[in-house]
Design a protein around this ligand. Structure first.
Ligand SMILES: Cc1cc2nc3c(=O)[nH]c(=O)nc-3n(C[C@H](O)[C@H](O)[C@H](O)COP(=O)(O)OP(=O)(O)OC[C@H]3O[C@@H](n4cnc5c(N)ncnc54)[C@H](O)[C@@H]3O)c2cc1C
Ligand code: SF4
Length: 544
């Protein structure tokens, strides 16, 4: 069956802060110039914001540039940060450390990034952007010269067996002069573009972390709206990068989360269980007592920074936001940089749109980016994250020297290794004995996933695909005790056996997937490939 084709000037893949900022900036420029351009944005979540999970403390720098009157327009930034605390935790105690300059949040806001994106989506639609939620871009389309000419949305109504059901609907082709990929961290189409156009050549590998988050309603007496609280130390071993965040919002809510660098080496480690343990630490447990957990989710984030940013443009389009990797790791912030990159891409494309042919490369985007505050910001902190490769203490000392002695201008750049290469053999790493959930502050995966509102059409091919179906048992189970059982925050991967313990097999509970992309990153032999499921499937985060 032929696919229907729709034509636009610009197609944007992904309705996060980067894609929405690109869409808004394009339309602003067109309106200022009295021109009409057709901009379409597609989003795989059931609505804009449904798949957005972040901390989040927003640095409003890009927002001030994009929509200077955001306050009058009702942007959902209602909790200014009033205090920062940076803590070191031991198993039973804690002490306060000096807040690093990058974690001082004066002038920033504690927000729900999902709700902020919903608001940006409304702004974009008011400017005339066509937004189609519930439509994943499943395939990049190329013209006969190999240039990107758009994307195709996924087919609907294909059964588990790969045969069309009576609900079958062919996907659509969205053609454009320029396609902007704004898929967020570990974009699955972006991965194919890296290969097609060698965009990562000469760059460091991208490195990642997994962030797991819950939202709690807490007792009013315990609320401290505006407090941004971070910790390092327990429960992670000092050779593992990571830490917690606890942000007090207005309305007696707390966003609590745990971030674990995916370069961890112990295959027995479970980021989910570390997070559950953390919430039982004496310095935070009481915050949750008498409260109610209202939401749960997880998402990968980039940690490679400056040295891992790929080539950003290719014939027919460009990469913006976390799919390229603009997160500032010491700040744990990527929203302002994602927005700025989207705005700069929009400016580069708009300037050239009249004269460019479909499939031309928007090259001025890269130079605009290198001339912007974003590039300078990432350059300055480029050595901080790789400085933690030898553990927490050396990392902290190195970070202090890099910040206070070299002011980010050290005459060297430290490098990264790919996260999937870092696991030790299971037999060489200590086992970790995680406590059972208490059902008050700590929970199991199933009840957690329930709170993410995750839903997938069950009768569809699994969107977690294996290049080689034998590797999970012959390689991953044999050498690493099947680490996917532990790093997946949604319990998607299970090793099952016959009743007598024989014949181990990998069971993939794809319907639980919260689209965090960790398996696609951490699988030691890069055997798991995440592809988009049917449109609208995945989490339905209300306000993460
Ligand atoms: C736990 C955690 C805490 C964080 N804390 C902070 C913080 O406090 N402050 C801060 O500034 N940043 C924080 N970040 C980082 C911040 O969330 C990201 O930098 C930011 O969301 C990146 O924006 P983006 O638009 O590039 O991608 P995303 O926000 O990931 O948005 C991408 C969108 O594209 C959609 N999409 C992806 N692929 C497709 C496709 N093929 N077709 C259609 N749609 C698609 C997704 O569903 C999603 O809606 C945090 C991140 C995490 C995970
Ligand atoms: S299956 Fe992969 S992408 Fe889905 S929740 Fe698990 S680790 Fe994340």
């Amino acid at each position: 069956m032929e696919r229907e084709v729709m034509e636009f000037d610009v197609v944007i893949v992904g309705g996060g802060p980067s894609g929405l900022s690109a869409a808004i900036r394009l339309k602003q420029l067109a309106n200022e110039a009295g021109k009409n351009i057709e901009v379409c944005l597609i989003e795989k979540g059931s609505e804009v914001g449904a798949h957005i999970l972040s901390g989040a403390v927003l640095e409003p720098r890009s927002l001030n540039e994009l929509i200077p009157d955001w306050q009058e327009r009702g942007a959902p930034l209602d909790t200014p940060v009033t205090a920062d605390k940076f803590m070191f935790l031991t198993e039973t105690g804690s002490f306060r450390m000096p807040t690093p300059p990058s974690m001082k949040n004066h002038g920033n806001y504690i927000i729900s990034l999902g709700n902020f994106c919903r608001w940006l989506g409304e702004r974009a639609e008011a400017l005339g952007v066509e937004i189609y939620p519930g439509f994943p871009a499943a395939e990049v389309l190329y013209d006969d010269q190999g240039r990107v000419k758009g994307v195709a949305t996924g087919d609907m109504g294909i059964g588990k067996d790969g045969v069309p059901t009576d609900q079958y609907m062919r996907g659509m082709e969205l053609h454009a002069k320029q396609t902007i990929f704004a898929e967020g961290c570990r974009g699955h189409l972006t991965k194919t573009l890296f290969e097609k156009f060698d965009l990562r050549e000469g760059k460091d590998p991208q490195t990642f972390a997994i962030g797991i988050k819950e939202l709690w309603d807490i007792e009013p007496a315990k609320a401290k709206p505006g407090l941004a609280w971070h910790s390092v130390g327990w429960p992670l071993a000092s050779d593992t990068y990571g830490g917690s965040f606890l942000y007090h919002l207005n309305g007696n809510q707390v966003a609590v989360g745990y971030v674990v660098g995916l370069d961890y080496s112990n295959p027995h480690l479970s980021p989910f269980e570390e997070f559950q343990r953390f919430k039982n630490h004496p310095s935070v447990r009481d915050t949750f007592i008498g409260g109610r957990r209202v939401s749960y989710g997880a998402r990968a984030l980039n940690e490679g920074g400056f040295q891992s940013v790929p080539k950003l443009t290719f014939p027919g389009g460009c990469l913006v936001g976390c799919t390229a990797g603009f997160l500032n790791v010491p700040k744990i912030k990527g929203t302002h940089t994602a927005m700025k990159s989207g705005m700069l891409a929009a400016e580069a494309i708009f300037e050239a749109l009249d004269t460019m042919q479909a499939g031309d490369e928007p090259t001025s985007y890269a130079s605009r980016l290198q001339d912007s505050w974003l590039w300078a910001e990432l350059y300055k902190v480029r050595n901080i994250r790789p400085g933690f490769a030898k553990g927490l203490w050396l990392g902290l000392v190195h970070a202090a020297i890099d910040t206070y002695v070299f002011f980010g201008k050290a005459p060297w750049t430290l490098h990264h290794h790919a996260d999937h290469e870092s696991l030790k053999r299971a037999s060489e790493a200590p086992k970790i004995d995680y406590p059972k959930p208490d059902g008050i502050v700590s929970f199991d995966r199933n009840s957690s996933v329930f709170l993410s509102g995750t839903n997938h059409e069950e009768n569809q091919p699994a969107h977690l695909t294996l290049k080689d179906a034998s590797i999970p048992i012959s390689h991953n189970l044999a050498l690493y005790d099947a680490p996917e059982q532990r790093y997946c925050p949604a319990g998607v991967y299970e090793i099952i056996h016959n009743d007598d313990g024989t014949d181990p097999r990998l069971q993939i509970n794809a319907q639980n997937c919260v689209h965090c992309k960790t398996c696609d990153i951490k699988d030691p032999s890069q055997n798991i490939i995440w592809v988009s499921p049917e449109g609208g499937g995945g989490p339905n985060y209300p306000n993460m």
